[in-house]
Design a protein. Structure first.
Length: 85
């Protein structure tokens, strides 16, 4: 395996350390995992894209409900109280 040296700011290294799944995960494993996550292996279908467009039209037309109202309709008083805080 070819080795490459990469210069990182200490802040960047701290962020990478926070993203490790376990302390012994190497930076190579971490960066490979993050790079793979950036690729979308399940692109949106035409139907999903159309549903998103319809949702955007609903939002622009003001056909929306607040989370508070939805939770109230569902009878989740605890969630309502946590939203008020």
């Amino acid at each position: 395996m070819a080795m490459t040296t990469v210069q990182l700011r200490s802040e960047t290294k701290e962020k990478l350390n926070d993203l490790k799944l376990h302390p012994r995960e190497t930076y190579d494993e971490l960066i490979d995992r993050l790079a793979n996550a950036a690729y979308d292996d399940e692109p949106l279908s035409d139907e999903e894209i159309e549903e998103i467009r319809e949702s955007e039209k609903d939002i622009q037309a003001g056909r929306v409900r607040s989370l508070r109202d939805i939770m109230k309709d569902l009878g989740d008083d605890r969630a309502i109280r946590s939203l008020v805080k």
